[in-house]
Structures are given as structure tokens and as C-alpha cells.
Write a protein that binds this ligand. Structure first.
Ligand SMILES: [Zn+2]
Length: 306
């Protein structure tokens, strides 16, 4: 059978499953036109024909449940309707009440940002777990691709261990900035989101627990990377663990004292960070301090030597 007929039958079977009988000749005609005349890539041609069918036959969009399964590296254009299997690698603080969750997901081909919109009413995902993200829409925000989980999307946990991109990079750079929401922070007991002044953005005034983290920017002279250091990383680099941080806070009667202390020790220093890159983010796997001096001190040394 010709490839075009195969594609046509795949499309037809999806709609047949929904109880719609679609004119096969029409579908083949359109596929041929797109593939051979306009030289459109196969996935794009299929998407276009599906959209035509949905419109032509007046099929409610939410009834059509099978967006094509893609890999993250294939997500290059906004407005595509796709499904993908991915592992949640990082969840960020959501700054907007219209966003339920935001963070990074990955498969063996790449890492991409995801946004679960609050109005989608979709369940929450957890770091380290794998999911099928069904019927999500690709989008481009500030020049970078992301996927949006909306009302017609579905998130299904899957029993598969999805590997992240095998290529780990190593970056040697200076930590040039540490964000204010770093140091001794409080997380919501229910959803683990970072709380501000005892308020969870979702659950309001609830009980929280303490955690230690640094959100910062690493600059290697060529690129800047956003990194997050967890308690383990911070302990390795500074000797300060959660207990020590709480002690600092209670001694100085100020939780911000921890952030000041971490800034004093870490800011401007050089680190070697090994991790996986996703856009401007570097997912830290290992981090070590490489020089005992700060960046501005190196500049001074170089001036003296010149
Ligand atoms: Zn919460």
C-alpha cells in the first residue's frame, strides 16, 4: 500500500473510532497535495488534514483525543497539537494564579518547559515521575518552545522510566546572581510550592515546612544558565545544611540571614557544574567549587599579572 493510503487510513481509523465516517478519497487527495505538491512534512500534512476534517465535519475538538505522539526534539513550531511521554525533571514556583504548575519535562531527546493552566483543571504532576501528556499544544514564549496543558489535554501517569538526554554537559562559571527567593524557604505541606510570608499561592495560609535552596545564575563568559541548588548541593559547597540554616536564622532572629550568608559564601565564586541543559536552564547533577577566589579577585590578579 502506498504511504499516503497508510496515513489516510490511520487518520480515518481515529475518526471512525469516534463514530465519524470520513470520505477516504478526499483525505488521500488532500494528503497528496500537501506531501507532493507543497512538500509539507508528513506530521504537518497529517495535522492539517485532521484539522480540515474536524472543521468540515463539525467535530467538537475535545472529542478528538489522539494527537500524534512526538519526541521533544521534534517540537519546533508553536500551535502544534501533540502528545508526548516525558519525565518531570523540575517544578518551579508558579508566580501567576492562572498557572497551576510550571516546570521542565524531559525525554531522551531533550528537555522542554511545560505549563499546566489552572483553568485546565488537570491534576498535578510530581518531580521524578513519568507521564503521558496527551493533546497538549506547543507554544513559543520569548523565543523558546513550551507545551501548554489545557482543558482538552490529559495527563496520565505511566509505569515507564523515561531517560533524560544522555549528554551531560559541564560548565565552569561564576555564580553571578542569587535570587531573593533563595536561602531558608518555606514550602506548603500540601503541594510543596514555595510560600511567601506564610502564604501558599494555591492553598493560602497553611502550614509549611523549611527547605534550603539557591536559585541562581551561572555565567561561563559565553552563556548564562539558570540553576537551582538543593540542600545537598548547598551543604557540599558551604557546609550549611538545613539544621545549620535554621540555627543561623534563630541566632540572628532573621530568616534572611541565611540568604545573606549564602550570598557571602557563594556569590561571585567559580563552580564546575555537571548537568543536563534545557534551554537556558541547567539541571544540576553535580557541583563543585573550583577556585578559592572570587571572580573580581581573579580580575584583579590578572591585572597585576598583565
Ligand atoms: Zn499549597
Amino acid at each position: 500500500m502506498e504511504r499516503v493510503e497508510e496515513l489516510a487510513d490511520q487518520i480515518l481509523s481515529q475518526f471512525a473510532g469516534l463514530g465519524y465516517e470520513i470520505n477516504r478519497d478526499e483525505v488521500i487527495k488532500r494528503l497528496k497535495l500537501l506531501l507532493y505538491e507543497f512538500k509539507v512534512p508528513e506530521s504537518e500534512a497529517v495535522r492539517t488534514v485532521r484539522n480540515w476534517i474536524i472543521k468540515e465535519y463539525g467535530i467538537p475538538r475535545e472529542k478528538v483525543v489522539e494527537a500524534p505522539l512526538v519526541k521533544i526534539k521534534d517540537i519546533t513550531k508553536p500551535g502544534q497539537w501533540v502528545s508526548l511521554k516525558a519525565k518531570v525533571v523540575q517544578i518551579w514556583d508558579s508566580t501567576s494564579p492562572s498557572v497551576s504548575q510550571v516546570g521542565l519535562i524531559g525525554d531522551e531527546t531533550g528537555i522542554i518547559k511545560f505549563v499546566i493552566w489552572a483553568k485546565s483543571g488537570k491534576g498535578e504532576v510530581e518531580e521524578g515521575k513519568c507521564y503521558l501528556f496527551k493533546n497538549v499544544v506547543t507554544d513559543s514564549f520569548q523565543g523558546r518552545m513550551q507545551i501548554n496543558v489545557g482543558r482538552t489535554s490529559e495527563i496520565v501517569e505511566i509505569d515507564e522510566d523515561i531517560q533524560l538526554p544522555p549528554r551531560e554537559i559541564e560548565v565552569i562559571g561564576a555564580l553571578v546572581a542569587i535570587q531573593q527567593n533563595s536561602g531558608l524557604i518555606q514550602r506548603c505541606e500540601q503541594c510543596h510550592r514555595v510560600m511567601t510570608k506564610g502564604i501558599c499561592p494555591i492553598h493560602g495560609k497553611v502550614k509549611g515546612y523549611d527547605d534550603l535552596r539557591v536559585k541562581g545564575v551561572l555565567d561561563d563568559g559565553e552563556n548564562v544558565y539558570e540553576i537551582i541548588l538543593n540542600e545537598g548541593n548547598i551543604k557540599d559547597l558551604t557546609g550549611i545544611d538545613l539544621e545549620k540554616a535554621k540555627q543561623i536564622a534563630s541566632e540572628r532572629l532573621d530568616r534572611n540571614a541565611v540568604l545573606s550568608e549564602l550570598k557571602r559564601i557563594l556569590l561571585g565564586r567559580y563552580f564546575k557544574v555537571a548537568g543536563v541543559r534545557g534551554g537556558r536552564y541547567l539541571l544540576v547533577r553535580r557541583v563543585e567549587k573550583i577556585l578559592g577566589v572570587k571572580a573580581d579577585e581573579v580580575d584583579k590578579l590578572l591585572e597585576v599579572l598583565a
